[in-house]
Design a protein around this ligand. Structure first.
Ligand code: MN
Length: 241
């Protein structure tokens, strides 16, 4: 088993982007299988309407994740804003472990905080209010009790609305808030954070309470994506191909 840990997020997989689905399946089978750990930090799916949806590409993705987990690789998942309805059954079917919105993991000796990233965009008050409304058990149970065709229709409407909302917001509002970043890193006692969501891939160096800190932002899968690869020697950005 190779002592490597890979991080990806914001793949936004959906039936209308078969090329991205193919790249992900290839990535799992050719690159991930047999390594130590894979972390998917949310928005694996462009819209997720429930574990009972077995249309394409869901079933192929599930099968590939199952093969990966069966190879001995630990696969961990955090909810994104697009796939927060992903639940227990998906995990049972695939062998994937579901992590909370904030998770601290040991990355070759360094405690590292993982999160999708949307919670850190605290300047977007409209988004945070909408998020708070839907991320409760009652809302989710109610949504999942609707027939699949209705959930599909709703997901289409949501995507349309989300696209329009983004156009009317400023660039800054949709990025993480630096004070929110400092606060969570202090609260979790870490000097390293990895997240996605903003689609602004970068590595940021800064200080919190006199400690050198790093924030890694993962890219979306738009054809130029890379995976963040960590090993004992450090990290590298690895082209998906
Ligand atoms: Mn997101």
């Amino acid at each position: 088993m190779t002592q490597e840990t890979l991080f990806v997020s914001d793949l936004h997989l959906t039936a209308t982007r078969p090329e991205a689905v193919r790249r992900f399946l290839h990535f799992l089978d050719r690159r991930v299988r047999g390594i130590e750990r894979l972390y998917i930090l949310g928005d694996l799916f462009d819209a997720y309407i429930g574990d009972d949806d077995d249309s394409w590409p869901s079933r192929d993705i599930k099968a590939a994740l199952r093969r990966t987990a069966d190879s001995g690789t630990q696969v961990h998942f955090q909810h994104g804003n697009r796939d927060f309805l992903l639940g227990e059954r998906f995990c049972e079917d695939t062998g994937v472990t579901l992590l909370g919105d904030y998770a601290v993991v040991d990355l070759y000796g360094t405690p590292t905080l993982l999160s999708h990233g949307d919670l850190l965009c605290t300047d977007d008050l409209q988004y945070q209010a909408a998020r708070a409304r839907v991320r409760v058990e009652d809302w989710k149970r109610n949504a999942l009790s609707k027939p699949l065709w209705m959930r599909r229709l709703y997901a289409r409407g949501y995507r349309l609305k989300s696209g329009l909302d983004k156009r009317s917001k400023t660039y800054d509002i949709m990025d993480v808030n630096p004070d929110a970043v400092t606060e969570v890193m202090r609260r979790h006692g870490v000097s390293r954070l990895i997240h996605g969501h903003t689609h602004r891939p970068d590595v940021h160096d800064f200080e919190v309470d006199g400690r050198n800190c790093q924030r890694f932002v993962l890219p979306q899968w738009d054809g130029r994506e890379w995976a963040l690869c960590w090993g004992r020697e450090g990290f590298r950005r690895e082209k998906i191909g």
